[in-house]
Design a protein around this ligand. Structure first.
Ligand code: UDP
Ligand code: MG
Length: 324
């Protein structure tokens, strides 16, 4: 069976919002008049998410459940969904209804009428996000563009539609810790965008702690820019020039007859050089870490089961006993 549209939805402990999502998404997709599948990527949820998914699957055959063995994180969960999706078009959206499923309709229209490969959902209004989130996001995109990811559209998250060719290209990338919102624009495929208003989370709580957000920023930055490595070179050059000047000063002071007494200057110099060295080592470490991770080729996710390749009876769902 050929599938026209795949909808990839990563979810981690989203039992609270799942019934709302299923109702709203199904209404939109059934109205589209195309063959579709919904790839729900259960990112190792520990709550009732897997049980609810199996329940919904009984009356919604297009719902496909890909369960990951362990929590792999938002980006890895989307990557898993992209690897599994079979549609000619693939749209990715968050489970918490912050990305309104209704926008899929204009996205598909734009993709067809404008003949593009990628349609970005661009937030026209972010007032539902906290001020902190908005300002850090703006700073992040500003820095990323300065660092070389020039095509990254501002205010585009992970709500986007991609053609089969785009998805195949992304799947073929060996990079382990991809930040998709930067990787997809970097392919340079023809694109369009559709504006939408980002709603507040419909239910449940955010699964994105600050630490994960920082990790995403570092991955995004080191994935796209060699600037910090060059920074180390500039620091080194600057330090060298500084040392030369210091030497000249010391010689001049000696000749003029007043020697600098005391160890303060020595300590300061040693400390400064040490700091610069540590900084440069840290920068190198970030990139060496990435090279290492890529060389290891360790998958960022492991699929436990995919309902599309199993009969319903074969599935083991934790928490769902024979009384059902
Ligand atoms: N998510 C996931 N794995 C994780 C964390 C989050 O699959 O480890 C999913 C989550 O269920 C949601 C999406 O990623 O569908 C975005 O997460 P969330 O809404 O919590 O982030 P926020 O909107 O607060 O940035
Ligand atoms: Mg959210």
């Amino acid at each position: 069976m050929s599938v026209h549209l795949s909808v990839v939805v990563p979810m981690y402990d989203e039992a609270e919002v799942l019934p709302l999502l299923v109702a709203r998404l199904r209404r939109v997709l059934d109205g589209l008049d195309v063959t579709y599948e919904v790839v729900a990527v259960d990112d190792g949820s520990r709550d009732q998410t897997p049980v609810l998914l199996q329940r919904h699957r009984r009356e919604w055959p297009q719902l496909r459940v890909v369960r990951l063995r362990a929590n792999a994180g938002h980006q890895a969960a989307i990557s898993a969904g992209l690897a599994c999706a079979r549609g000619d078009w693939v749209v990715t959206l968050d489970a918490d209804l912050q990305d309104p499923p209704e926008v899929i309709v204009p996205m598909l229209q734009a993709a067809r009428s404008q003949g593009v490969d990628v349609v970005y959902g661009v937030r026209t209004d972010r007032s539902s996000d906290s001020l902190f989130k908005r300002s850090t996001a703006r700073a992040f995109y500003g820095v990323m563009r300065a660092a070389g990811a020039r095509d990254a559209p501002d205010d585009a998250g992970d709500f986007r539609m991609m053609s089969r060719a785009t998805v195949d290209a992304v799947n073929a990338l060996p990079e382990a810790h991809r930040v998709l919102r930067l990787v997809v624009p970097s392919l340079g495929f023809p694109s369009a965008s559709v504006g939408y208003v980002r709603d507040a989370r419909a239910a449940g709580t955010s699964k994105y702690p600050l630490g994960t957000m920082l990790r995403l920023s570092v991955d995004g930055f080191t994935g796209f820019s060699l600037a910090p490595l060059r920074l180390a070179t500039w620091f080194g050059l600057g330090g060298f020039v500084g040392a030369l000047l210091l030497l000249a000063y010391a010689v001049a002071a000696k000749v003029a007859g007043f020697t600098v007494a005391g160890w303060t200057s020595t300590v300061v110099v040693v400390a400064a050089v040490g700091a610069v060295q540590l900084l440069c080592l840290g920068v190198l470490g970030e990139y060496v870490g990435r090279i290492y991770a890529t060389l290891q080729g360790r998958p960022t996710y492991y699929i436990a089961h995919d309902s599309a390749s199993l009969g319903l009876q074969d599935e083991h769902v934790p928490g769902e006993g024979p009384q059902e």
